[in-house]
Design a protein around this ligand. Structure first.
Ligand code: ATP
Length: 240
């Protein structure tokens, strides 16, 4: 079963230049799908459209079988944005419990504190987010999504700013989400991370999907995900 289904998605910011053209793919339950593409290829636009942060101009999106934009669809997905914005005036404890109430999920305070500590933030759970470093904010976003355990977690470059120890733990935790049947859409330029973690890859270039399939098959064909992207960037199709 697909947790996220995207069919024929198109988007234009100004009604003239098309940023997404006929994008179709799905994210199955119990899977981690990597979303890759050069800067400006439309990855963030795609994610924001799926999450109804940008209006759906053309195409069909369902989340957990629910129609795009419906409260039920919104409640299915946790979103980790590429920025580190969090409410500065809250502590991490207040933040995760506020999110829990918004999503209708009971957050176990001991589990939250424990996870927070495991990401090397012990003793800071009740401090104001205002005083957190950039890395701590990224980890707080991640911990929040791990606590919410939504059917779909969408991560837009959130793991890029965290240290190796946290990345190692994040990988374990994301595998745990997947093994429980949840789906993850992971957008990152860290191709070695995707080769370790993602079963499938969606490769977006100039607003179109130019490669999609099992990671192992794409790596076998091109040598690595980086080479898949380089092959595309060097191709005559793209230059024309
Ligand atoms: N608010 C906006 N208004 C107008 N154009 C925009 C806006 N946001 C993005 N774009 C344009 O849409 C295209 C796709 O941008 P998008 O941010 O979706 O790409 P991306 O693949 O996420 O890039 P990156 O890897 O740099 O984050 C780019 O040409 C970008 O300049």
């Amino acid at each position: 079963m697909a947790i996220l289904d995207v069919a024929g998605l198109r988007y234009s910011y100004d009604g003239i230049a098309t940023v997404l053209r006929d994008v179709s793919f799905s994210v199955p339950a119990g899977s981690i799908v990597g979303l890759i593409g050069p800067n400006g290829s439309g990855k963030s636009t795609l994610i924001k459209t799926v999450l109804d942060l940008l209006s759906l101009q053309a195409g069909v999106v369902t989340v957990g079988g629910h129609a795009h934009g419906s409260p039920a669809a919104t409640a299915q997905a946790a979103y980790l944005a590429s920025n580190d914005y969090l409410p500065q005036f809250l502590t991490a404890r207040e933040y995760v419990h506020t999110l829990g109430r918004l999503y209708g999920v009971r957050v176990d305070d001991d589990a939250a504190r424990d996870l927070f500590s495991r990401f090397s933030m012990q003793g800071r759970y009740d401090d104001l987010i205002e005083d957190y470093s950039h890395g701590m904010r990224k980890k707080t976003q991640l911990v929040s999504a791990l606590l919410l355990r939504r059917p779909l977690t969408i991560i837009d470059e959130t793991l890029n700013g965290i240290d190796l120890e946290a990345l190692h733990l994040a990988e374990q935790q994301l595998r745990g989400l997947r093994d429980e049947g949840h789906a993850v859409l992971l957008c990152t330029h860290d191709f070695s991370l995707l080769e370790r973690l993602a079963e499938r890859i969606v490769f977006l270039d100039l607003g179109e999907i130019v490669a999609e399939g099992p990671t192992a098959e794409l790596v076998a064909e091109h040598g690595s995900l980086a080479e898949l992207v380089f092959d595309r960037l060097d191709s005559e199709t793209r230059a024309s």
